[in-house]
Design a protein around this ligand. Structure first.
Ligand SMILES: O=C(O)CCC(=O)C(=O)O
Length: 309
């Protein structure tokens, strides 16, 4: 019995003459031939990398499409997706999604309204703020991130400070516009669709997470995370690439992500079930502000509009 090593030697010695010669020739000229091919391969891979970088910059990386770009103002972008089975057991026939998807619109809220709400967010969050990278302010409940927990902003506001009737009236107007946009798009009677909790301003920055509340980058389903949501909306108060980097909103479709780049005044709304798993990328610079305003079909989960206190 021969070992593999012995068999290999035997095979080489038995090569026909031509093969032996060509082996010698290759050995002699290999330096020139292989350096030529190495050069061609290097140029080709350089060109491929360059093309990939250009395509990535323009269209996103393979497996990822930029659905809404921050530098392009858009009336309406629609991306339909099949509904998950999450709504099957729900009553609320005329309200629950009969079709599912995502919509991005830059014409629902004016830039003045968005800028005013950015001021409200900054003013309110100045009374608190998380130690980690994500802080929230809920004007309904008063919940405000402070260090590693939440406090009630209404219980700590000094006399004469806080939020004005104008702040609340702009908030309610914006909420009504988004309510109408969702009802129209998803063919739901306005009176069957209710504001639900939590609604909140969010502020994200690059600070390291200190508690799980700071970890906004985990893929999740809003119906699972928040319980009562049927339709989620986000109003962006700052712009990707100008006010911050990272922090894009990503729908994690199977094998292909759809990205929404936040833009001041941009409204993004979508059905809240597992057809719309999503996360926010970690910020790499700057500060990102947004408001989450969501709606339910379940009247028992409805909340009233917030009012000055
Ligand atoms: O701010 C965003 O773009 C989305 C935040 C989010 O996914 C959430 O609060 O559940």
């Amino acid at each position: 019995m021969t070992t593999p090593k012995v068999r290999k030697q035997k095979h080489q010695n038995n090569l026909p003459k031509k093969d032996k010669d060509s082996k010698v020739l290759t050995a002699q000229n290999g330096g020139i031939a292989s350096s030529k091919w190495k050069y061609v391969a290097a140029v080709l891979s350089g060109l491929t990398l360059l093309a990939a970088a250009v395509l990535k910059h323009r269209y996103g990386s393979p497996g990822q499409t930029t659905f809404a770009r921050a530098d392009v103002k858009t009336d309406e972008l629609v991306n339909s997706v099949p509904c998950s089975s999450d709504y099957q057991k729900d009553p609320f026939k005329e309200c629950k999604p009969s079709f599912c998807g995502r919509v991005v619109r830059d014409n629902v809220v004016t830039s003045e309204e968005a800028e005013h709400l950015l001021g409200v967010a900054k003013r309110g969050l100045a009374y608190g703020g998380s130690n980690g990278g994500a802080s929230i302010l809920d004007l309904h409940s008063g919940a405000l991130s402070k260090n590693d927990k939440f406090i009630n902003v209404y219980s700590i506001l000094p006399d004469g400070e806080g939020f004005t009737e104008q702040d609340f009236s702009i908030y309610r107007r914006v909420k009504d516009k988004i309510h109408r946009a969702i009802a129209e798009h998803f063919h739901v009677p306005l009176t069957s669709l209710f504001l639900t909790k939590p609604t909140f301003f969010s502020r994200m920055n690059t600070s390291e997470a200190k508690t799980m509340h700071d970890e906004y980058w985990h893929p999740h389903i809003d119906r699972v995370t928040y319980g009562s949501f049927f339709y989620t909306s986000l109003l962006y108060l700052t712009t990707y690439g100008t006010d911050f980097t990272g922090g894009r909103f990503i729908f994690t479709d199977q094998g292909h992500n759809m990205t929404v780049e936040p833009r001041l005044g941009r409204v993004s709304f979508f059905t809240s079930g597992s057809e719309n798993v999503h996360y926010v990328e970690k910020l790499t610079s700057g500060v990102r502000y947004a408001v989450t305003i969501s709606f339910t079909c379940d009247p028992s989960m409805a909340i009233a509009d917030p009012n000055v206190r």
